[in-house]
Design a protein around this ligand. Structure first.
Ligand code: ATP
Ligand code: MG
Length: 420
């Protein structure tokens, strides 16, 4: 049914029958005895997403469906609800008492502005089996009245231009003619907390979004090359975290100036291992930070083989330095798939902006594709890693993008380019 072409319904129209939004639950309908916990989490997230909408709202649950309404335009409800992870579909609807004449009148109303010559079908589902007519009897009855009352419409049950769905509950019935895709997945927070290593590129924001869709509430950590680079990557990470926070109860962004530690690794003779040694330092530092933020996993945007630092051997060398599982939601994704998803979640426009990335600072002309652990250990043992990590965390800046406590990132130590 979802691939049937639809004529969009007018939105934000006056609330004659009680407009509302129907939200069909995603994967939580597979849950067993603790399903109510997932549903509560989903509703908490929905309530949070509705904050500041500018009017009162209400939320009601039926079986595997949440109904949302209030004293605000339907368009605004749709916009907020579509960002809440855990719904399969989001449908603008009208809500009427479950009485055949009222349902029929609402159906006529809902289809009244359909373009002349368009085809339609009525599809009824009874969640209340006590209703005196069967679903197909309602289809036939309502369809016949619509044909009689709306000139120029024709019935086509196989490939209609417009499908009017009628969902009959015990007291109320919902009519809708448009189904917008939801973000599916599990409610954010239902799988615990994670710390995302967020760079300014395309990949890590998409990885973060995918992690959220598996129920992880995400905080973010961004490493920049200060004092040897300008703060452009911090501004990007901040903007990305703010965009990502629109899909979850807002997480924090930790900004860590890695430049001096990167230089220490270079001085220790990392050479072709420099990039992997830096990545190991990032996950080591992130692991220590995770202990403070109660995160149980790290998330990165790695995709196998995408660049030299992402060979299997190098990913394994990075994992070895992490104290927590490193989740890589994009491991099997192509770059184009990642960019397409970045466009659809709204992060691509930020990722495309130029920045001075800490990874290119001190990067060797050729990155080793097989960084061996013995060689890495011999570089690392020239540093007091525990102290390095401690120093990095002590100087970390904590930001809250997209919240009332939002503050613009300070332009970190040194606006730019002390030479390395
Ligand atoms: P991205 O598009 O996310 O920048 P990338 O294709 O540029 O990824 P790499 O630069 O190899 O790939 O980085 C791999 C992963 O390591 C990133 O997806 C991110 O999770 C993490 N990472 C890299 N640089 C940083 C950074 N400066 N701060 C935080 N995390 C980083
Ligand atoms: Mg990158």
């Amino acid at each position: 049914m979802s691939d049937t072409p639809r004529v969009p319904a007018p939105r934000g129209a006056p609330d004659r029958h009680g407009s509302c939004v129907l939200l069909k639950h995603g994967e939580i309908f597979l849950k067993g005895r603790n399903r109510h916990l997932f549903t509560e989490r989903l509703h908490d997230n929905l309530r949070l997403a509705l904050r500041g909408i500018g009017g009162s709202t209400w939320i009601k649950t039926a079986q595997n469906v949440t109904v949302l309404g209030g004293q605000v335009p339907q368009e605004a409800l749709l916009e907020r609800a579509r960002r809440v992870i855990g719904f399969n579909s989001v449908e603008p609807a009208v809500r009427v008492p479950s009485d055949l004449d009222t349902i029929t009148a609402a159906a006529v109303d809902a289809l009244a502005d359909t373009p002349h010559g368009a085809t339609f079908a009525v599809r009824t589902r009874r969640r209340d089996k006590q209703f005196p007519l069967t679903s197909s009897q309602v289809d036939a009855h309502v369809g016949a009245r619509v044909l009689a009352r709306v000139p120029g419409l024709r019935v086509n049950l196989a490939r209609p231009d417009v499908v009017l769905t009628v969902e009959i509950d015990r007291k109320e019935t919902y009519l809708s003619r448009e189904r917008l895709p939801g973000l599916t997945g599990l409610p954010v927070g239902s799988s615990g907390r994670a710390l995302v290593l967020l760079s300014g590129g395309y990949d890590s924001p998409v990885a973060a979004h995918r992690a959220m869709r598996r129920g992880l509430a995400c905080d973010f950590v961004h490493f920049n090359g200060a004092p040897y680079t300008n703060p452009s990557s911090v501004y990007k990470a901040y903007a990305l975290a703010r965009e990502l926070n629109r899909y979850q109860p807002p997480g924090r962004l930790h900004v860590i100036a890695l430049g001096k530690a990167q230089k220490q690794l270079a001085v220790a003779g990392a050479g072709r291992l420099q990039v992997v040694a830096q990545r190991r330092l990032m996950v080591r530092t992130a692991s220590a930070l995770a202990a403070r933020t109660s995160a149980e996993a790290l998330v990165t945007g790695d995709s196998l083989g995408q660049v030299a630092s992402q060979t299997l051997a190098n990913l394994a060398a990075v994992d070895e330095a992490a104290a927590l599982p490193v989740l890589r939601p994009l491991i099997g994704w192509d770059k184009q798939e990642i960019i397409d998803e970045a466009v659809s979640i709204g992060t691509a426009g930020i990722s495309v902006l130029p920045d001075e990335d800490c990874c290119s600072l001190l990067a060797p002309p050729r990155v080793s594709t097989r960084a061996g652990l013995p060689q890495l250990y011999s570089v690392e043992k020239r540093l007091d890693l525990d102290e390095v990590v401690e120093t990095l965390l002590d100087a970390a800046q904590v930001l809250r993008p997209g919240t009332d406590a939002e503050e613009v990132p300070a332009a970190a130590d040194g606006d730019c380019a002390a030479s390395v």
